[in-house]
Design a protein around this ligand. Structure first.
Ligand code: NAI
Length: 327
C-alpha cells in the first residue's frame, strides 16, 4: 500500500538519532514507500530535536510524508507500525548496575505501556538502547496485548561487525559472508559464531583454519568493538548503530535474503537450550514481518560454553529487573 509507514524513534535528538533519522527519511527502510516519523524525546531535548527536524525539512526527502515530535509517548506512539527504541539512560559516573537497570526500567516500562495502549495492531518494536536485551524484555512484559514475537533487541551491529572482521581476515567481500550468528546478550559476553558461518559457501571456521585467531582475536575484537570505538572517537558508535538499526528493521519487515540468515535478539521459545522467555540473540530468518529461529544447528562444546555464559548473564539481568519489580 502507499499509506506512509508510521515509524517512531525514541532518543531522536541523540547521536544515533542524528544518523538514523536521515537514513529512514531517505527511504532506506521502506524502499521509497513514504514514511512518517514520530520522534520522542525528553522535554529538555525537544529544542535540539526541533533543530534536527529543520535539517530533515532541508533535505526535501521525497519519501518523508511527515514528522511529529513530542515528549508524550502515548501521543508519539499513536498508530505506529514500527517503534525503534533508541533512547536510554547511559551509565553515569558511580552508577551501579542496579541503578542503570532501574533508570532504564522506568523508561521501558512506561514505553511498553504506551505502545500497548496506542500502537497499531501490526506494530514491531526494535530496541537499540542499552542494556538492549533486558530493555526489550521490560517493554514486552509491560505490553501484555502485544504478541511477544513483536519485540526484538538489536544485535545486528555485532553481526555486521563479525561479517566485516571475517571478510578482512579472509580477503572475501562482505557479500560472500553468509550465515553469521551472534548468540546471547548484546554485551561483552556475546558469542559471534564462525562454525556455522560461510565464506563463499564454505564453512568459515575451516576456511580460516586458525582456532587461535578465532578464539583470541576474532571473538574479543567483535565483542569489544564498541569500547574500541569509544577509545578512538571519544564517543560511542552511532552511525554504524543507526545503520544496523535500519538493516534489522528492513529485514524484519521485508524479509531476509534467500539462503542466508540474520541475528536478532528475540523472546526465546527454548531453542538451543536458551530458557524460554529470555530475550536472546539467535540466527533467524524473516519473512512478511515474522521471524523464525533457524533450527537444527549442531552446537559443539566450545560454542555451548560461550552461549551458556552469555545466556547466564541474561538470566541474571532478568532476575535483577524482576527483583526491582519492573517485570
Ligand atoms: P545519546 O545519549 O546520544 O542519545 C540518547 C537520547 O535518548 C538522548 O537525546 C536522550 O535525551 C534520549 N532519551 C533519554 N531518555 C529518554 C526517554 N525516556 N524517552 C525518549 N528519549 C529519551 O545516545 P546514543 O549514542 O544515541 O545511543 C543511544 C542508545 O543506544 C544508548 O543506550 C547506547 O548504549 C545504545 N547503543 C546500542 C547499540 C547496539 O548495538 N544495540 C550500539 C550503540 C549504542
Amino acid at each position: 500500500s502507499s499509506a506512509p509507514l508510521k515509524v517512531a524513534v525514541t532518543g531522536a535528538a541523540g547521536q544515533i538519532g542524528y544518523s538514523l533519522l536521515f537514513r529512514l527519511a531517505s527511504g532506506a527502510l521502506t524502499n521509497g514507500r513514504p514514511i512518517e516519523l514520530r520522534l520522542l524525546e525528553i522535554t529538555p531535548a525537544l529544542k535540539a530535536l526541533e533543530g534536527v527536524v529543520m535539517e530533515l525539512d532541508d533535505c526535501a526527502f521525497p519519501s518523508l510524508a511527515g514528522v511529529e515530535i513530542g515528549d508524550d509517548a502515548e501521543k508519539i506512539f499513536d498508530g505506529v507500525n514500527l517503534a525503534l527504541l533508541v533512547g536510554a539512560r547511559p551509565r553515569g559516573p558511580g552508577m551501579e548496575r542496579g541503578d542503570l537497570l532501574s533508570a532504564n526500567g522506568a523508561i521501558f516500562t512506561a514505553q511498553g505501556k504506551a505502545l500497548n495502549a496506542v500502537a497499531a495492531d501490526d506494530v514491531r518494536i526494535g530496541v537499540t538502547g542499552n542494556p538492549a536485551n533486558t530493555n526489550a524484555l521490560i517493554a514486552h512484559k509491560n505490553a501484555p496485548d502485544i504478541p511477544a514475537e513483536r519485540f526484538s533487541a538489536l544485535t545486528r551491529l555485532d553481526h555486521n561487525r563479525a561479517i566485516s572482521q571475517l571478510a578482512a581476515k579472509t580477503g572475501a567481500p562482505v557479500t560472500d559472508i553468509t550465515k553469521m550468528t551472534i548468540w546471547g546478550n548484546h554485551s561483552a559476553t556475546q558469542y559471534p559464531d564462525l562454525f556455522h558461518a560461510e565464506v563463499a559457501g564454505k564453512n568459515a571456521a575451516e576456511t580460516v583454519g586458525d582456532q587461535d585467531w578465532l578464539e583470541n582475536t576474532f571473538i574479543p575484537t567483535v565483542a569489544k568493538r564498541g569500547a574500541a570505538i569509544i577509545e578512538a572517537r571519544g564517543s560511542s558508535s552511532a552511525a554504524s548503530a543507526a545503520s544496523a538499526t535500519v538493516d534489522a528493521a528492513r529485514d524484519w519487515l521485508f524479509g531476509s535474503a534467500e539462503g542466508d540468515w540474520v541475528s536478532m535478539a528475540v523472546v526465546s521459545d527454548g531453542s538451543y537450550g536458551v530458557p524460554e522467555g529470555l530475550v536472546s540473540s539467535f540466527p533467524v530468518t524473516t519473512k512478511d514481518g515474522d521471524w523464525s529461529i533457524v533450527q537444527g544447528l549442531d552446537i559443539d562444546d566450545f560454542s555451548r560454553a560461550r552461549i551458556d555464559a552469555s545466556v547466564a548473564e541474561l538470566a541474571d539481568e532478568r532476575d535483577a529487573v524482576t527483583e526491582l519489580g519492573l517485570i
